[in-house]
Design a binder for this molecule. Structure first.
Ligand SMILES: [Zn+2]
Length: 426
């Protein structure tokens, strides 16, 4: 603890205790106490485990800073998220989740500016805030803000979540499977998207909605909305008239959204085990289901889905142009392996929808002349086994992925889930 007492004593000269210190500074102080650098590293990790400091070297952008006063840190977090309504920045923050860098520095007025910057760097890294290089890239009521750095804190907005109607199917979606993905996918994805020069954040009030405008030199301006809801984040092209859907600018904008999302998710793969994600569009046929989008494969949209110009085509073209999507799918490599015996035996169950499964595996009467909906559980298991083996034999590349897609597209989600989970075990 000597180091921190020492550092506090040093910073006491400015009448404040430090919240965040640079690691370099800590190493310098440690050197005076004859501690070596690797000892400092162990020390920081140990004290992080005790919860007395916060050092997160797993995140590249903040590996050089240490939060040495967690209580003070959370108090400032509170000040930022629950501003006094008389503060000048409170209105835009509570309504739109937007605050300027100078306002943040105002909150930290008793500290040097670097403290506010480091504080926001931490929030951006842990996906609570997005950094926006200039207020010119933010529109509130169609007007841009001052050209200084701004921050977008989606969860600071007080307006409750927007629940889209169940019936809608005019969107693409990102499905993220992970035991504990940090709550704020929105902030993380927005941060990546806003790195595009032509991207503009359109301020919105619901705290699970973010909207982006892309202005290309040719082509019309394209607006894309992101609605965050549990493991599925919807992406929708706004004002999707025929003109918009036919414009290459739309595919370009979709590509920026997919790329931004992949960049965000890839940065999380280092810190979250088992993070898996995929992009898909809901199927237009009455049976429902969805089509997954790939970088390296045709999306296999069904007849109901592939009319000439539609949003599904825009998203699938965009997915095909996004190299990061194929890298990101590294997280699901095992699904691209061919099915093996464990996969098949692992998903045998007597509880499934016989007709749906027959359809999923494209099996008809001529394949099994005596095939009828079997009664008892044992014969259901046998039939399932036979159908899977037949599908495997008849499919060009019978990968786990292909089977999972087929099952999901036809509403056999339970078996698809089971197969996925067996794949994770490899
Ligand atoms: Zn379809």
């Amino acid at each position: 603890m000597d180091i921190f007492e020492e550092s506090c004593r040093v910073t006491d000269s400015t009448e404040t205790k430090a919240i965040i210190l640079s690691k370099k500074y800590i190493i310098e102080m440690a050197d005076k106490l004859d501690m070596k650098e690797d000892e400092v590293e162990k020390f920081l990790k140990a004290f992080t485990d005790f919860g007395s400091i916060l050092y997160m070297p797993q995140y590249d952008s903040i590996k050089d800073i240490v939060i040495v006063n967690i209580l003070e840190f959370t108090q400032y977090l509170n000040k930022l998220y629950y501003p006094q309504t008389e503060e000048s920045y409170a209105h835009n923050l509570l309504k739109y989740g937007i605050i300027s860098e100078s306002s943040v520095k105002g909150i930290f007025c008793k500290y040097p500016d670097i403290c506010a910057e480091n504080f926001m760097e931490v929030l951006t890294t842990i996906a609570m805030a997005s950094k926006i290089k200039s207020g010119q890239s933010v529109l509130i009521d169609q007007k841009p803000l001052q050209p200084e750095v701004h921050y977008y804190l989606p969860l600071a907005r007080i307006r409750e979540v927007y629940t889209p109607p169940e019936k809608e199917d005019d969107y693409a979606f990102i499905e993220i499977e992970s035991v504990n993905f940090p709550a704020n996918v929105q902030a993380c994805i927005s941060n990546s998207i806003m790195k595009n020069k032509d991207a503009v954040l359109i301020a919105t009030e619901h705290n699970n909605v973010s909207r982006f405008l892309f202005q290309s030199e040719s082509g019309p301006p394209i607006e894309i909305e992101m609605i965050y809801k549990g493991s599925k984040t919807r992406l929708r092209i706004m004002n999707s008239s025929n003109d918009i859907l036919m414009s290459p600018a739309t595919v370009e904008a979709c590509k920026k959204v997919i790329t931004g999302s992949c960049r965000c998710l890839k940065s999380k793969i280092n810190v979250i085990r088992d993070l898996k994600y995929s992009f898909a569009v809901p199927c237009a046929s009455p049976e429902g289901g969805c089509h997954f989008l790939y970088n390296d494969r045709e999306p296999q949209l069904c007849d109901a889905c592939s009319t000439e110009n539609n949003f599904r085509l825009c998203w699938s073209k965009a997915a095909k142009q996004c190299d990061l999507l194929s890298e990101g799918s590294g997280a699901r490599t095992s699904e691209n392996d061919l099915l093996n015996f464990q996969d098949i035996s692992g998903i045998i169950t007597g509880k499934y929808d016989f007709e749906a499964l027959k359809k999923a595996l494209n099996i008809d009467k001529s394949d099994f002349p005596d095939l009828s909906s079997p009664g008892d559980e044992d014969s259901k298991k046998k039939e399932l086994m036979l159908m899977l083996l037949l599908w495997e034999k008849r499919t060009d590349k019978p990968t786990r992925h292909a089977l999972i897609d087929k099952l999901k597209e036809n509403g056999c989600d339970d078996i698809a889930e089971k197969l996925k989970n067996t794949s994770i075990a490899y």
